[in-house]
Ligand binder design. Structure first.
Ligand SMILES: CC(=O)N[C@H]1[C@@H](OP(=O)(O)O)O[C@H](CO)[C@@H](O)[C@@H]1O
Ligand SMILES: [Mg+2]
Length: 535
């Protein structure tokens, strides 16, 4: 390793003194001007990771749903998964190393992770539409080059597109072609195969209004449009030409505020959806004739997909194990509906896609969604192989047709990570195939009224949790207080946890009425405020 060159280049990307950041729920996130040294060093780390696993690694510059002034960076592992947790720690150490320690920290990582520096390294880079992203991705390239890695810069792509590219590359094309064209072709072909079999898509059923959060989703959807036949009537709003990224729009805004985004005029009963800033999340919604807003979040998306998969998995008669993975933020009524009505097992894990993804890998078919709309479906290798084999060899028509349906679903779903574009197509296909309107989908169950709040405390790390974040271990007395508050209301539940992406503590509450959910969330936030700051 050329430590002289490293020293020289690192000096061009200096770390602000005293700044310490952590590789959180979704990589590093901060104000863009604080991140130059971090992205340079993540370029270095991506090279080391690539050498360690002898595969292409991805690196995405984005801060997803955060304000436009923020930015962030996350690494993508060989099969398109999130970076392995053991390396998150290395990422934090490297990002926080003072200039003079850099060489030592890199050497330590190489020793601990048995990195063979003589191996080749290959890194795929992508970025979102933030004004700061282009310069930051140049700094990533500096980091990669100083350690002699090869790179391919995909430029503007959605986060899930980059995950897809990495997976394609490392499976030697088995997952698809590692180009944008390959992505569009794979998804549009599977989608068209699926909707061929739908009988009931009237003119009004085909229209979908999409709020793209003024982000990358708008660009990529426009690029994809020519791949669809004209009947697919997609209308793009908040395309980034007029307003700021994520400002009063996007999936996170709609979910948190439980109201429609700005910039999208919604007529009664029209099916609409919102992507987030890097297009890895999606939520649906509509306004009824009385003007009431109805949110269809990740839980209801998981439910719709599960209904569909359960039906077709039963038809192929293979005894595949289907399960749904949620987090504590899942609406209580979604969990009840899935378990009690649909009879699908549900598992609860910690917040963050990596935890959901990991759990979902345990099943033949694992559906995972965060309530905020980030999720996908994973098929085990064995299940996928069997389904493809049935399509080719099964003599029984009904079974073979069902297998074909599942095979197209497998190809339409981005199994590497939640993907707003792919999820949207999955949902549109299911609605068309089942002849469901957005209202019928919404009516599967009624969400319990809920409220998500955040409070700022001196140090959010004083809150430690257990039981998939549903109970607080510290500060002392907090859980007892929450238990007492929860008892005051019907059908109630509340929990708190430190955010992994913002300097806040998140509070979630649900109860029988909106007033009660609001009151409970407010009371719990006061308890957090007093008890956390007393330490
Ligand atoms: C309540 C909530 O929506 N939390 C989000 C948010 O994480 P926090 O750790 O809560 O800040 O951002 C994550 C990354 O996008 C996402 O995975 C997660 O679901
Ligand atoms: Mg996102």
């Amino acid at each position: 390793m050329d430590f002289e060159a490293l020293k020289k280049y690192s000096a061009l990307h200096p770390k602000p003194a005293g700044l310490a950041l952590q590789y959180g729920t979704a990589g590093f996130r901060s104000k863009a001007e604080q991140l130059d040294h971090v992205v340079f060093r993540m370029g270095l780390l991506a090279v080391l990771r690539s050498k360690a696993v002898t595969a292409t690694i991805g690196i995405m510059v984005t801060a997803s749903h955060n304000p436009e002034e923020d930015n962030g960076v996350k690494l993508i592992d060989p099969l398109g998964e999130m970076l392995h947790p053991s390396w998150e720690e290395y990422a934090t150490q490297l990002a926080n190393a003072e200039e003079q320690e850099l060489q030592k920290v890199i050497t330590e990582i190489c020793q601990k992770a048995a990195v063979n520096l003589h191996k080749d390294a290959s890194v795929f880079i992508g970025r979102d539409t933030r004004p700061s992203s282009e310069k930051l991705s140049q700094s990533v390239i500096d980091g990669i080059q100083v350690l002699g890695g090869q790179y391919h810069d995909y430029g503007l792509v959605t986060t899930p597109q980059l995950h897809y590219m990495v997976c394609c590359q490392n499976t030697q094309g088995q997952y698809g072609k590692a180009t944008l064209e390959g992505y569009y072709e794979k998804l549009s072909k599977a989608f068209m195969e699926l909707i061929k079999q739908s009988h009931c898509s009237g003119e009004s059923q085909r229209h979908l209004k999409i709020d793209c959060a003024n982000g990358i989703g708008a660009l990529k959807l426009s690029e994809m449009k020519p791949y669809f036949p004209q009947e697919v009537a997609i209308h793009i709003y908040n395309d980034g030409t007029k307003e700021k990224l994520n400002h009063l729009c996007g999936a996170d805004f709609v979910k948190v505020h439980q109201k429609p985004p700005g910039g999208l005029d919604m007529k009664p009963n029209e099916r609409c959806c919102s992507f987030d800033g890097d297009a890895d999340r999606i939520v649906y919604y509509y306004k009824d004739t009385a003007g009431h807003f109805h949110l269809i979040d990740g839980d209801k998306i998981a439910t719709l997909i599960s209904i569909f998969l359960k039906e077709f998995l039963a038809k192929v008669k293979q005894d595949f194990k289907l399960a749904v993975v949620q987090t504590a933020y899942a609406n209580g009524n979604s969990t009840r509906y899935l378990q009690d009505t649909l009879k699908v097992p549900v598992h609860c894990v910690k917040t963050g896609v990596k935890h959901l993804h990991h759990k979902a890998q345990e099943f033949d078919v694992g559906v995972y969604f965060e309530a905020n709309g980030h999720g996908t479906v994973l098929f085990s290798k064995a299940a996928e192989t069997k389904i493809r084999q049935l399509v080719k060899e099964e003599k029984d028509d009904e079974k073979r047709e069902a297998a074909k349906m599942l095979e197209n679903m497998i190809d339409l779903i981005n199994q590497t990570v939640g993907d707003a574009v792919s999820d949207m197509l999955v949902i549109e296909a299911i609605l068309a195939l089942k002849g469901l309107t957005v209202q019928q989908w919404d009516a599967l169950y009624t969400d319990l009224p809920n409220r998500l709040l955040k409070v700022q405390v001196a140090d959010r790390r004083v809150i430690d949790t257990t039981d998939a974040e549903r109970r607080a271990l510290t500060p002392p007395g907090l859980q007892e207080k929450i238990d007492a508050l929860v008892k005051k209301y019907k059908l109630s539940r509340a929990f708190v946890r430190p955010s992994g992406t913002e300097d806040v503590v998140r509070i979630y509450a649900e109860a029988d009425t909106q007033e009660n959910a609001d009151a409970l969330a407010h009371e719990v936030s006061l308890a957090v405020f007093y008890l956390a700051d007393e330490i």
